[in-house]
Ligand binder design. Structure first.
Ligand SMILES: Nc1ncnc2c1ncn2[C@@H]1O[C@H](COP(=O)(O)OP(=O)(O)OP(=O)(O)O)[C@@H](O)[C@H]1O
Length: 242
């Protein structure tokens, strides 16, 4: 199993099976997927198109249910939970950062970031304070009233990150968070994810096609043919072949 030793892992994927049906045909993506991730880790997941990276993120967010096996995050067994329990779990534990930011164009920066807080029993003043705190954290203090259309891609992704962390979740899932950005803006965003990991102990799972982006993570996993291989492991395999 690809994983960590010592204390119980924060995320445990065990014996996961997942396939999709195309008419009469069933395509297996994973037949026995196993992975452990420690709390506070920053993991990059790479792999060819169609290898199942988005399917993995969807199972970690509880959007996709495995056909078999276990997906445990903290004390929550996602494969056993109903939809409303998963929605509540997501609202408390998870932030998602998307490739194309997924900001609502008719809302300004502060309103976009405030959205996840509307599910919480907080006063308007408390929500405003939290929004200001996270906007400060991502370097967008003073931009509260600006609309997404008037911001650069890098700034929009900062808003996306602020929205992902405003509920103070333990886990951040990032789906190609720099896929739409130039190198400089991408590196700024990756530095920020590194900061959230190091200083706020956020566990981060980031799907990326970009080896330079993966270089910001503590650990890189390659997903291929339904299995994970650790970056160091690939290096060892190449050395053995030479
Ligand atoms: N909802 C779905 N219904 C049917 N097939 C699906 C569904 N979601 C994913 N698939 C199939 O599962 C496989 C894995 O898809 P997935 O999107 O997870 O790959 P990926 O590694 O994220 O690819 P990419 O790098 O291109 O985004 C693909 O063959 C895809 O067509």
């Amino acid at each position: 199993m690809t994983g960590t030793t010592g204390e119980e892992p924060y995320i445990e994927i065990q014996g996961v099976k997942k396939g999709f049906r195309f008419g009469a045909e069933k395509i297996a993506i994973f037949s026995d997927l196993n992975l452990n991730i420690a709390r506070g880790d920053f993991v990059a997941v790479m792999g060819p198109s169609g290898s199942g990276k988005s399917t993995l993120l969807n199972m970690l967010s509880g959007i996709d249910r495995p056909d078999g096996g276990r997906v445990r995050i903290g004390n929550s067994h996602l494969e056993q939970m109903g939809e409303s329990a998963k929605a509540s779990w997501r609202a408390h534990n998870l932030g998602i950062v998307f490739q194309f930011y997924n900001l609502l164009p008719m809302l300004n920066t502060a309103q976009n970031v405030e959205l996840p807080l509307l599910l919480k029993p907080l006063s308007r003043k408390q929500r405003g304070e939290r929004v200001d705190t996270v906007l400060d954290l991502v370097g967008l203090n003073g931009r509260q009233k600006q609309y997404p259309a008037r911001m650069s891609g890098g700034q929009q992704q900062r808003v996306g990150i602020a929205r992902a962390i405003v509920t103070d979740p333990g886990l951040l899932l990032c789906d190609e968070p720099t896929g739409d950005l130039d190198r400089k803006s991408a590196n700024d965003i990756l530095e920020m994810l590194g900061f959230l990991n190091r200083e706020l102990n956020k566990t981060i799972v980031m799907v990326t096609h970009d080896p330079e982006a993966a270089g910001f993570a503590k650990r890189t996993l390659h997903l291929n043919k339904g299995e994970f291989v650790e970056q160091g492991q690939i290096f060892k395999q190449e050395m053995t072949r030479q």
